[in-house]
Design a protein around this ligand. Sequence first.
Ligand code: PGA
Length: 253
Amino acid sequence: MTRRKFVCGNWKMHKTVAEAVAFVKELEAALGEAKGKVQVAVAPPFTALHAVARAATGTSVEVAAQDVHWEAKGAFTGEVSAAMLAEVGCRHGIVGHSERRQLFGETDETVRKKVGALLAAHLQPIVCVGETLAEREAGRTLEVVGRQVRAGLAGLSAQELERLTLAYEPVWAIGTGRTATTAQAQEVHAAIRAILRELGAPVADRIRIQYGGSVKPENAAELMAQPDVDGALVGGASLEPNGFAAIVKGALR
Ligand code: PGA
């Protein structure tokens, strides 16, 4: 089964509107042979989403939000709904990022609600899962990731599952320069794929599973060459267009 690779840049709290718009133009120019062959998205801060989506119109770059609220509207100061994200040109929404889980109280339950909200607004969720260093050292990686996958996707139909992407991001590899080995990544990706088979047998082989955690041009190709690694979710190394394009091109090898 060949799955088209999907590489998404997660900018976190970086880039002004002007910087974000300039980035899209430079990225499109730098993508070269990867254009159209690899699915590419960037996730700017909320403030830059509209401008980036406009700048990306007619290019091969798609736009993702970094988070979303699960309600459609209401008294939720500081929050943004899925329909609002769709209106400004988002196609994807990241949910369950470990920074949201660790710093902002995201739980498996809120992840599941956010997945539902994104799907209802015709957006494609990127659902992040991953174990902490303590959990890995205690031999609990597959248990923790399995719980996050099952809870985050609970009750979804095969058709709904097919519209989402998983991102395996070991917490100890995020922003640390310490990447999972290809074997560590493949082991967890295969375990996630097995759970997807249980949850939605007919479509499990079509769902992309990205790896995230200190992905850079030097390690991207090797990681994405693993049979169940279908792309990357890239933080720090997605902030510079040429380096990010080099990571995307790693998916072609
Ligand atoms: P990193 O972040 O590439 O800077 O490690 C990845 C992520 O948080 O998605």
